[in-house]
Design a binder for this molecule. Structure first.
Ligand code: RB5
Length: 145
């Protein structure tokens, strides 16, 4: 599992990395490693590019609100980055959208809630069927000039 944040998501990232590793999930923490100000698109790309290329199955991105990371990550073909706010949206992001990147806001969530949201997404199952048809249509949009 790839994970990265900017400075606005750093503290939540640290909590999520510890939470995931406690569960035995292999986590590749791509930074940041401190609270120095950085540009979130640089860190979005570290996770979104390998997911887009099929080198990694999924990842987690965190910035202050989650907005910038989700905008940036969704520029990469094949990436379905879902900015989620609670357990319900985390669940739907997997069951309906098959989100391959979960995006969280470090300044809007408390760590315990965020850990539960990550668990719901990680252990959820994509329902396929009509939802797959919709994902196919999203993929077609990537080829619209
Ligand atoms: C950084 O101050 C902040 O803009 C960033 O973390 C994020 O919230 C952007 O969407």
């Amino acid at each position: 599992m790839l994970i990265a944040s900017d400075h606005g998501g750093f503290e939540l990232k640290q909590a999520l990395v510890a939470h995931l590793r406690n569960q035995g999930v292999e986590v590749d923490d791509l930074g940041v490693n401190n609270l120095d100000s950085v540009d979130y698109p640089d860190y979005a790309a570290l996770v979104a590019e390998p997911v887009s290329q099929g080198k990694e199955e999924s990842g987690i991105l965190i910035c202050g609100t989650g907005i910038g990371m989700s905008i940036a990550a969704n520029k990469f073909p094949g990436v379905r980055a879902a900015l989620v706010h609670d357990q319900f949206t985390a669940q739907m992001s997997k069951e309906h959208n098959n989100a391959n990147i979960l995006v969280l806001g470090g300044r809007v969530l408390n760590p315990d809630d965020a850990c539960r949201m990550v668990d719901v997404w990680l252990h959820g199952v994509f329902e396929g069927g009509r939802h797959q048809n919709r994902l196919n249509k999203i993929a077609e949009l990537e080829h619209v000039e």
